[in-house]
Ligand binder design. Structure first.
Ligand code: ATP
Ligand code: MG
Length: 317
């Protein structure tokens, strides 16, 4: 099957699943409404933090275990690690199945580095971090599956903010400092099978580092050192930084998050065109439509859930 028909197939499945949840004609992307060029977005994503306090690069995380505030995560709509039933838990159970099958099941031999999974989207704010964390918690509930969640969205590293975990050292430190080992920046969490690597120290060219030789080396190391572990990368959006596309090339599988009512099919197509279609690409339709009042980010309350999962082939079709 050729590249374009795979994209058509994925997009039409996506629209098919969306039709279960009626939506208006093709929505205008937020960016287009605001007329803000992507370059501006990219620049603001990479802006230094307002409090660029120096972070230690040599504080080994190795033995640290951080407590996650599960009550807070539950309030914000996240999957609970104790198996508590909820709509979101059920949705992520369905989303993780094909990913785990490609990583460890019969199809695994067809998918190179199938345990390396990147969560991305076309634009910012579509639900990548929400999806990456939920996926990580959901997979950590599986028997014999350990998950490493890496915050690679270097322009908007949010995993530590959502989980309330230390912000560094992390990925960037690992890429910059030959003396550091993965174990030095790995955080254990109160969810026993969930480990984290935060983004780490601020670096003005952090995005470029994602496409560099050190990142290639690191991803190879993670894939081989932890072949029985699922490594999930919360990654930058594809249409904002070209490095996200390079990063996608280092992954075995891609989870592509689409925010319903916001991202048009043509934008989804443009972003999917950038990906290597021989890899499994899962589409997650994130129905972040606020139930009451106006749409807004930041609180995480009052959203409706619902995912469509379109699967655009695996491996060697
Ligand atoms: N399905 C959902 N249900 C409830 N809240 C959600 C859902 N999806 C996203 N959100 C909330 O929407 C906001 C934006 O989501 P998130 O931070 O995951 O997007 P993102 O793609 O990672 O954004 P960025 O590009 O800024 O990193 C967050 O407050 C998140 O908690
Ligand atoms: Mg994010």
């Amino acid at each position: 099957m050729d590249r374009s028909s795979l994209i058509e197939k994925a997009v039409s499945r996506l629209s098919g699943s969306a039709s279960a949840h009626p939506r208006s004609a093709e929505p205008v992307p937020e960016e287009a409404r605001q007329g803000s060029p992507m370059q501006e977005q990219a620049a603001s994503r990479n802006a230094p933090p307002s409090d660029p306090s120096p972070r230690s690069t040599r504080r080994p995380n190795g033995n640290a275990e951080v407590q996650l505030d599960l009550a807070n995560l539950r309030r914000r709509g996240f999957v609970m690690p104790d198996g508590e039933r909820s709509a979101v838990a059920e949705e992520f159970r369905m989303i993780k199945r094909p990913l785990l099958a490609n990583a460890f099941g019969k199809a695994a031999s067809l998918v190179e580095n199938g345990n390396m999974i990147m969560v991305t989207s076309a634009h910012a704010g579509e639900g990548k971090t929400f999806t990456a964390i939920n996926l990580a918690i959901s997979i950590a509930m599986e028997m014999e599956k350990t998950v490493l969640l890496v915050d690679a969205d270097v322009g908007r590293a949010n995993v530590h903010k959502v989980l309330g975990t230390p912000e560094g050292p992390g990925l960037i430190d690992l890429l910059l400092d030959d003396q550091l080992d993965v174990g030095d920046v790995l955080l254990r969490t109160s969810i026993p099978k969930l480990r984290l690597i935060p983004m780490g120290r601020y670096h003005p060219h952090a995005t470029e580092l994602l496409a560099g030789a050190d990142m290639l080396r690191l991803t190879k190391e993670l894939a081989t050192r932890y072949p029985d572990r699922v490594v999930i990368f919360d990654a930058p959006p594809l249409l904002i930084t070209s490095e996200a596309v390079v990063l996608a090339g280092l992954m075995g599988q891609i989870v592509f998050v689409v925010q319903s009512e916001r991202t048009s099919q043509s934008v989804v197509r443009d972003a999917l065109e950038l990906l290597d279609q021989s890899k499994p690409i899962g589409l997650v339709l994130n129905k972040t439509v606020k139930a009451i009042g106006s749409y807004g980010y930041g609180q995480g309350y009052g959203y409706g859930y619902g995912y469509g999962y379109g699967y655009s082939s695996g491996g060697k079709e």
